[in-house]
Design a protein around this ligand. Sequence first.
Ligand code: DND
Ligand code: ATP
Ligand code: GLN
Length: 558
Amino acid sequence: MTGPASSERLTLALCQINPWVGDLSGNLERLRAARAEAARLGAELVLATELALTGYPPEDLVLRDSFMAQAREVVATLAADTADGGPGVIVGVPWRSEAGGRHNAALLLDNGAIAGMVFKHHLPNYGVFDEKRVFDPGPKPAPLIFRGWRLGVMICEDMWFPDVAAALVAGGAEILLVPNGSPFDLEKTEARLDHARARVTESGLPLVYVNQVCGQDELVFDGASFVMGGDGALRMTVAPWREAVSPVVFTRKDGRVDTPAQPIPPPPPVAADIYQAMVLGLRDYVTKNGFPGVILGLSGGIDSALSAAVAVDALGAERVWCVMMPSPYTSAESLEDAAACARLLGTRLDTIDIGPAMAAFGAMLEPHFAGRAADITEENLQSRARGLTLMALSNKFGPMVLSTGNKSEMSVGYATLYGDMCGGYSVLKDVYKTAVFAVSRWRNANHPEGALGPEGPVMPERVITKAPSAELRPDQKDEDSLPPYVDLDRVLHLLIEEQRGIAAATAESGLPRPLVERVWTLLQRAEYKRRQAPPGVKISALAFGRDRRYPITHAYGG
Ligand SMILES: Nc1ncnc2c1ncn2[C@@H]1O[C@H](COP(=O)(O)OP(=O)(O)OC[C@H]2O[C@@H]([n+]3cccc(C(=O)O)c3)[C@H](O)[C@@H]2O)[C@@H](O)[C@H]1O
Ligand SMILES: Nc1ncnc2c1ncn2[C@@H]1O[C@H](COP(=O)(O)OP(=O)(O)OP(=O)(O)O)[C@@H](O)[C@H]1O
Ligand SMILES: NC(=O)CC[C@H](N)C(=O)O
């Protein structure tokens, strides 16, 4: 089916795959498999994602000469494959130019050789990106010539500005091809489509956008590749959150290049995207770091219930181990709810009473605490007894501890260092508590595509409707010490994602200024805790960590 493209027709395969950062030989095999599938589907050209041969983002790995040398060897192997008369490949790889620059490059491989290359011109250096640290910017590219077609390749960020597309148009490009390593966040889909449409409107050319689908530390990439016609209308979308090799046939007629419109499904609901991001982020973190599974404290509360559900959907019930660790303050309701969650999810549930640990620490510290009333110290001891227990089980049996704190808690420091903050990874870290409720409801009513967990509900309704409580003292409720979560989350969103000051956040939220001031103070004061928190999936447009880098020590008052 394959062979040279006819002069009027080009079948291109969008290669939405999951490269592993640093696994060059594995990525070579992934690309070979995708190319074989593309050939089977009749494609003449495979469009892979940004830095597909090394995985994206490779960060400081590219500063190593040995890494760059290995990337070159893998390119030579893949280029040699294309001597078979099958599809050519446009593949992303870090590349040293003749002049010695280190570039984020896309290479065209065809007929057994490197047939052309472009270097990324705009290196993103904001938010989670640090590309200027490791790459040199390339010149504005010229179109690559492939079997009689002039292909305008612009790498990810290069689509976000007009100048690269303009240079490609000036060079006679007929189609714009955009390989991406574009991380998911809740505002990203719209931004990508807006930038793509702007480039199409300026150039009149069709545009092919292909993105990787994977989890990489705190980033998750949703795929969501698409093709846009020269009129700015979508011609085809690739389902997000899973790998795919999707062919698209372009025809050239009367000097215009186009592809027939395919049905475009409606975009998924926000809760579905948040859920799928957490599932893929956790699955790839656990799998790529070689853990047999995860272990977590299941309290009967909503955070651990949702974290457990995500873990089961990501890894399968047999790789998720839940532990209920009651104290004298644990209610019968919590014990029942934890048991019901584990039953619905089909996971193992052990019960380990932390009463003996509390008694032992109480006795050890008693002479030293003499004359001091019980306070938050004793509450934190309970949280730490649980953290210690989970860490011991992790050490003995190998599963990674899954941390369960959400973004509302991480914002205000409502979590215990070396206690419930123990863990290797967190799925809720960038999800506000109000979204935790919404996503839990969504999962109880839906079975996500590809999920390994149950078809039906994953937690009893009562877990969603009861008042959140840390149960660290009798009758404790979160809202005794925090504003109601709807108010807290509203203010946090204004202060964090919207970057408002106290006065603006007060005016926009309509909430009392002292409440906003208190949230601001808690937010600033908790930076030291966040620096010690485990990594977690970036979901919002401004996640803690690389995206929002505030000093721990500062005197700015908001
Ligand atoms: N700037 C800074 N740099 C470095 N360290 C700093 C620091 N400021 C305080 N510290 C240190 O941090 C420690 C205090 O932090 P930590 O020991 O964690 O304790 P702390 O933040 O005082 O208390 C834990 C909070 O989390 C809440 N909690 C706990 C457990 C579960 C939940 C839940 O529902 O999810 C909520 C609990 O109700 C309480 O409000 C002290 O040792 C203090 O010296
Ligand atoms: N009794 C318990 N048994 C097991 N784990 C617990 C228990 N209590 C707390 N944890 C662990 O500590 C985390 C912090 O929980 P806590 O109940 O203090 O507040 P939370 O943030 O409301 O969480 P959740 O909604 O899961 O209860 C829980 O998510 C859970 O992983
Ligand atoms: N890899 C990149 O260049 C990513 C930057 C781009 N603006 C995006 O997030 O989609």
